[in-house]
Design a protein around this ligand. Structure first.
Ligand SMILES: [Zn+2]
Length: 57
């Protein structure tokens, strides 16, 4: 997962590095590292149910 131009230091490209559950945002350009706070991203596997109320009659 990449986040382009989201480094606060150099505006470089930041990618998500997984370290056995802990995730860091690491900048490709300057090496800036920021721990990702838990719960910042929506959990994977979440199911979104879309209810379509069709009144097309
Ligand atoms: Zn950077």
């Amino acid at each position: 997962m990449f986040q382009f131009r989201s480094c606060p230091r150099c505006r470089g490209d930041v990618f998500l590095e997984d370290q056995g559950g802990l995730q860091d945002l690491v900048c490709l350009q300057c090496g800036y590292r920021r721990p990702l706070p838990q719960g910042a991203l929506p959990p994977q596997g979440i199911r979104v149910e879309v209810v379509i109320t069709g009144e097309g009659r």
